[in-house]
Design a protein around this ligand. Structure first.
Ligand code: ATP
Length: 340
């Protein structure tokens, strides 16, 4: 069976990590017809839009996308393409599993870190509602709704129950933002009551950050509003080797877009240095999502084998290899599992 999937290479290191990931998927033997669409600056040059309609037309046809990062100008310029896509597609869950890879030497290498982040993906301070009230006074609106909070909490608990996980922790700042984060917490409590078999805890976001650094192995599933989810995701990535490692999935009722936690990394773009592991692991989640569980497992095994050997790792994780050498090593391992 051939799957149709939308491929959005993105910009910065996006095309490099997307190209590497497509090669590894091809090596698994899974047949995919890619619908390649562009977003960001290249799309703007060609179509006049940073986020052309053909992206949504393609995703409506395929329901599944693999997406590289898209850079966002800081403090000026056009709004984030990544955020706009998540909102418009209503992919309200951002799922980010954070796990140690075998053999990787990190500061926390001796700890069994295996935590999963459920980040709300459509609202909060990402509402994009900002205005200057009077000169030099700016307001930014934090929007928290019951609908969005209930559905992210539901997703976190349902997943935890399905995977036999023990604990869900809601992360908040409801001591200060009593109404907005208070509503988020009430929703989490309401859903928690439906899952008595799962332990439920709450942590204020600053305390959560400290505890994540001091006792990362004690965390299981975390559920967070959008902004805390963003920040804590990068912190958690730092525990297991950095942004080059951690995969993600944007999940909605009608569509799933798989993308790494990292951004477009303009500092290393075009140099052949990017670590494609995070997007490869996102693709592994994608393969499982489309029912190709065997290929997903083989791909994961291959990535883990390359890390365990430690000979072809990229610089961000302490190696000397470039994107090409690492990718070739993973492709070889995938092929070895196919013929084994
Ligand atoms: P954006 O503005 O698109 O979000 P950014 O400037 O926030 O991008 P990130 O892409 O999040 O930057 O990267 C932060 C740091 O992590 C950079 O130094 C970058 O080089 C590094 N990094 C991120 N992803 C990778 C990767 N896949 N491989 C190697 N290094 C990476």
């Amino acid at each position: 069976m051939t799957h149709r999937i939308t491929l959005i290479p993105g910009d910065g290191i996006g095309p490099e990590v997307a190209g590497a990931t497509v090669r590894v998927i091809a090596a698994t033997g899974v047949e995919i017809e890619w619908e390649r669409v562009e977003v960001g600056i290249d799309a703007e040059r060609k179509t006049g839009k940073f986020l052309p309609d053909e992206v949504f037309e393609s995703l409506h046809r395929t329901s599944v996308g693999l997406k590289g990062p898209v850079g966002t100008p800081i403090a000026t310029g056009y709004p984030s393409v990544n955020v706009a896509m998540r909102k418009r597609l209503n992919t309200f869950v951002n799922f980010r599993p954070v796990r140690m890879l075998p053999g990787l030497k990190t500061r926390f290498a001796d700890l069994p870190i295996d935590l999963v982040i459920f980040r709300e993906n459509t609202e909060d301070l990402y509402s994009g509602l900002e205005h200057e009230v009077v000169k030099d006074v700016v307001e930014s609106l934090k929007v928290i709704t019951k609908t969005a909070s209930m559905r992210i909490a539901q997703a976190a608990f349902e997943w935890a129950a399905g995977e036999n996980r023990k604990k869900v922790t809601a992360v908040h700042k409801a001591n200060i933002m009593k109404m907005s984060d208070g509503l988020f917490l009430r929703c989490c409590r309401e859903i928690a009551a439906e899952f008595p078999q799962i332990e439920y805890g709450e942590l204020i976001v600053d305390n959560a950050c400290m505890q994540l650094v001091m006792r990362p192995e004690t965390f299981d599933v975390l559920v967070l509003p959008n902004l805390y989810g963003d920040i804590v995701s990068d912190l958690a990535a730092g525990l297991v080797g950095g942004l080059g490692i951690v995969p993600g999935a944007n999940l909605g009722e009608n569509c799933a877009v798989f993308e790494a936690v990292h951004g477009s990394a303009p500092d290393i773009a075009g140099k052949g240095l990017a670590n494609p592991t995070a997007l490869m692991q996102s693709a592994r989640l994608m393969l499982a999502h489309i029912g190709e569980r065997d290929a997903a497992a083989r791909m994961q095994k291959a990535i883990e084998a390359v890390y365990a050997e430690g000979k072809h790792l990229t610089r961000d994780v302490g190696g000397t290899a470039g994107t090409e050498e690492f990718t070739e090593a993973v492709v070889e391992k995938v092929k070895a599992t196919v013929s084994a």
